[in-house]
Design a protein around this ligand. Structure first.
Ligand SMILES: [Zn+2]
Length: 425
């Protein structure tokens, strides 16, 4: 082949001999026949160690390569097996593709990069691959990156969280590095044994270097942390504590909504008047939800007006709102000022005559030591919140995978601090 070196450049493959190139009508693709250079030596596809010839394997194989413009390209080569001392008969290592892959390395890397940066539909249509295939590819690319980086190096302040998916039927336990704002580990399940898997991989020496662990107050997390990192300070994750208060406020709002609606129904039955005579007063409570959930600094003028309306018409809901905001302020203040505010908040919630907040106040008292540790820790709430939010956003895309390994791989590639790199960059 006279233009072999040009073709090598175009295809982005090195260390190979191009034997022939033709257009295969049936496959609707340019097929490039290749073989490793003479004297390249045979290596095990799994571990890369030199190994002796075993047999021809399944003969010729094809790998999908990056398209050339609008034309599809496939590499074709022999795929003999070697006899690896560790892995036994294994398909030989090839320079252009990862072991067990039906796509070239450059194709894999491009798909992984796109999966991190684009929508599911964009990746699938541009690369003409099924989402399931994207799943296998991101898993392979992550394995390659993980072989070269140590995510656990220098871990000191970590956060542990559980994330539900499949409409709350399945869970992932995730660990984030607060100092580097990265996801460092994720595994299916939510119990002490699952989390134990993380600490086992971290090893006792590095467990001893963990100084702070933020978590949502789950018993099993506390147990696992106590067992593996007894020196670490367990902090309540402000993000979750505020979420407890938001839930309590929602209970109060729903109750008020139902009470008001019940009152209307009773009144309208009693008067047996026409339906249109119903006072519409109760229904707006549903429409103020977003205004109540949002942080006040992000409210629009219209939402401010809605809150004013709540304050004037539903004193119970308004009190619940102020209590929620009060607990959020505790974490904004931090340190001793935060602790003082927490004392006042507990007393206030206890006397609030709102059962949801009286209960919440008990829970807060129960986790007081962890909440105070969070106020002392200097861990920024914004940091914890942004990591949590990012993971939740990502899960909407990644959870399209039915395969958990693929889901975790995409999460790690996106949030793990070592993103996939486009070929040739
Ligand atoms: Zn091997």
């Amino acid at each position: 082949m006279r233009n072999a070196s040009v073709w090598q450049q175009v295809l982005g493959i090195t260390r190979v001999v191009i034997e022939a190139i033709w257009f295969d009508e049936d496959a609707d693709a340019v097929v490039v026949s290749v073989r490793p250079r003479k004297g390249a030596g045979r290596r095990c596809g799994r571990c890369g160690r030199r190994a002796s010839w075993y047999d021809r394997g399944e003969g010729r194989r094809r790998w999908r390569a990056l398209d050339l413009g609008t034309v599809r390209v496939r590499l074709e080569a022999d795929a003999p097996r070697v006899n690896c001392p560790t892995h036994g008969p294994t398909v030989v290592q090839v320079p252009w593709a990862r072991h067990g892959a039906g796509h070239t390395r450059a194709f894999d890397d491009t798909v992984a990069w796109l999966a991190v940066h684009c929508s599911k539909t964009a990746v699938g249509e541009l690369m003409r691959v099924a989402w399931r295939t994207v799943g296998s590819i991101v898993t392979r690319v992550l394995a390659d990156i993980d072989a070269t980086v140590d995510r656990f190096d220098g871990l000191a302040r970590i956060g542990i969280d559980e994330i539900s998916y499949k409409r709350g039927h399945r869970y992932l336990t995730v660990v984030v590095d607060h100092d580097r704002r990265r996801l460092v580990w994720a595994a299916p399940g939510r119990d002490a044994a699952t989390l134990g898997g993380f600490f086992d991989r971290l090893g006792p020496e590095r467990c001893a270097l963990i100084t702070q662990v933020s978590a949502d107050g789950a018993e099993w997390i506390a147990r696992a942390v106590q067992a593996h990192c007894p020196q670490a300070v367990l902090c309540a994750d402000p993000f979750h504590v505020v979420a407890w208060a938001t839930d309590a406020m929602d209970q109060v709002r729903r109750q008020a909504h139902n009470d008001a609606r019940g009152a209307i129904v009773v009144r309208s039955t009693a008067s047996s008047g026409p339906r249109s005579a119903r006072p519409p007063r109760a229904y707006p409570l549903k429409r103020v939800r977003y205004a109540l959930w949002k942080n006040p600094e992000n409210l629009t003028d219209h939402q401010h007006a809605k809150l004013d309306w709540v304050a004037k018409t539903h004193p119970g809901v308004w009190r619940a709102y102020l209590l929620k905001e009060g607990l959020r302020t505790v974490f904004v203040l931090k340190g001793d000022a935060g602790k003082e505010a927490l004392d006042r908040w507990i007393a206030w919630a206890r006397r609030s005559r709102l059962p949801a907040f009286v209960d919440l106040q008990r829970r807060v008292v129960k986790y007081r030591a962890q909440i105070e540790a969070a106020l002392d820790s200097g861990l920024s709430n914004a940091l914890i919140e942004s990591t949590n939010t990012k993971i939740r956003l990502l899960t909407r895309v990644a959870f399209g995978f039915t395969n958990t390994d693929a889901l975790i791989a995409l999460a790690m590639l996106t949030l793990g601090g070592h993103p996939p790199v486009l070929p040739g960059r």
